[in-house]
Design a protein around this ligand. Structure first.
Ligand code: GUN
Ligand code: ZN
Length: 443
């Protein structure tokens, strides 16, 4: 469903990536106009983007949101976030498995209640747009009904969401378990109802190898084979305790990645959160299959899981595709700005110094490319959805003081990644409609 609105022009310091700045170089990849404009049609698509002085005559009479010196960027794409964990950030587990058992599973049980799930879906989607996130790959619970409510809420907002019912038939409380047949049947029904319904997409969602029997993994692989256009979404190689458990549960497997591989769950539409402890063999196989590993820095440090090694995972002779995400509620912030800042710090601890363009590209066009959705979202090129975030580089006293020293757009972005959060989000647009923030000029 597209929510109709009249077209509009969004003005500000417009920044977008048309290519990967690390690969193609910033001169080619970065598009920046310090007095720019984005023209949006009534159906929510970008029809023009460039220097405001060159805005074609036919768009000049459209209503205009002029954000002045604020940055106008493609909305952030969160490549891994948990809807039923929306209120359990900062739960102090000893490690991943302790955190799951003590805090996460009890909270997820509440989603058997449709009214609870319905209310939670609204709060969760509000949180995303308040933080400038306009598209996301979202874990739901094991409940088909909760997943329905999330899809329905996203549809009403015309948001691009990838989600799916969690498959989990062992090593979890009884109330959170399905079985191989019912899990496959519910997934089929949800695919039929929601996949490619407007801006929604389905992900076949094995929680992680620990909570699925071989029968269930086989069913998941069969689903993926029947629906090659759907995503596969799961967790991989996050904590030492988890890896040891996988070794015991699947003694025949070469390693953790091999478990998913044997059941046909690796491919270009597969997204695996974490990938902190991957061996050379695992990286080579992930690279070969085109799967994406999603880096979740605030979660990895909070749960003590380890430090993601982007140089190892992305090594040029067998690169694994890398995404970036909050992983709320293992992650400690909904803010993709904060997440980029933490990704920077994790990289620094590994001896790498990513530039701001690399980071912002990752959270916008980079994640869109990983999802195969870069013709739809992730940049401000004509034809894409007008999913836009407006960032104020002077939003707080600390940012304002730092901004006074900024000498380039890259430096401004860097300060936003290190010091910014939802306070820097002045407005968010989904399909051209302002869904968060104030109209420019409003008090
Ligand atoms: N592995 C399995 N389930 C989860 C989860 O909910 N969060 C994180 N961070 N890792 C997981
Ligand atoms: Zn997760």
């Amino acid at each position: 469903m597209t929510i109709p609105h009249e077209g509009r022009v969004i003005r500000g310091a417009v920044l977008s990536y048309r290519d990967d700045p690390v690969v193609a170089g910033p001169d080619h990849a970065v598009r920046f106009w310090c007095k720019g404009a984005v023209a949006v049609s009534g159906d929510g698509r970008i029809v023009w983007c460039g220097d405001a002085s060159r805005l074609p005559e036919r768009f000049r009479t459209l209503p205009s949101d002029d954000h002045g010196d604020a940055l106008v960027l493609p909305g952030f794409i969160d490549a891994h976030v948990h809807f039923p964990q929306y209120r359990m950030l900062a739960a102090p587990g000893k490690d991943l498995l302790d955190w799951l058992n003590r805090f996460t599973f009890p909270e997820e049980r509440r989603y058997a209640s449709v009214p609870h799930a319905r209310a939670a879906a609204e709060v969760f989607l509000d949180r995303l747009v308040q933080h400038g996130t306009t598209a996301a790959v979202v874990f739901s619970t094991v409940h088909r009904s909760a997943t329905e409510t999330l899809f329905a809420a996203a549809e009403r907002r015309d948001m691009a969401l990838v989600s799916g019912k969690t498959l989990m038939d062992r090593n979890a409380p009884e109330a959170l378990r399905d079985d191989p047949e019912s899990g496959a049947r519910d997934s089929e029904a949800l695919i039929e109802r929601w996949h490619r319904h407007g801006r929604l997409r389905y992900a076949i969602t094995v929680r992680f190898a620990v909570t699925s029997t071989e029968d269930q993994l086989r069913e998941a692989g069969a689903l993926a084979a029947r629906h090659p256009d759907c995503y596969v979404h799961s967790h991989l190689s996050e904590s030492e305790g988890e890896i040891e458990l996988v070794r015991r549960l699947f003694p025949w497997a070469k390693d953790y990645t091999d478990v998913y591989d044997r059941f046909g769950l690796l491919g270009p539409r597969s997204l695996y959160a974490h990938g902190i402890h991957l061996s050379e063999r695992e990286c080579a196989r992930l690279s070969e299959t085109g799967a994406t590993v999603v880096h979740c820095p605030t979660s990895n440090t909070f749960l003590g899981s380890g430090l993601f090694d982007a140089a190892h995972v992305g090594r040029a002779d067998r690169p694994v595709r890398i995404g970036v995400a909050t992983d709320v509620g293992g992650g400690t912030s909904y803010s993709m700005l904060h997440t980029l800042g933490e990704a920077y710090k994790v990289a620094m601890l590994g001896g790498r110094t990513p530039g701001a363009h690399e980071l912002f590209h990752l959270a916008t066009r980079g994640n869109a490319v990983n999802l195969g959705l870069d013709e739809e979202i992730g940049s401000l090129e004509p034809g894409r959805w007008a999913d836009i975030v407006v960032l104020d580089p002077t939003a707080t006293p600390v940012l304002e003081a730092r901004h006074a020293l900024s000498e380039s757009i890259e430096d401004t972005l860097f300060a936003l990644a290190i010091l910014g959060d939802d306070r820097a989000v002045r407005a968010t647009y989904v399909a051209g409609k302002r869904v968060w923030g104030t109209a420019p000029g409003a008090p």
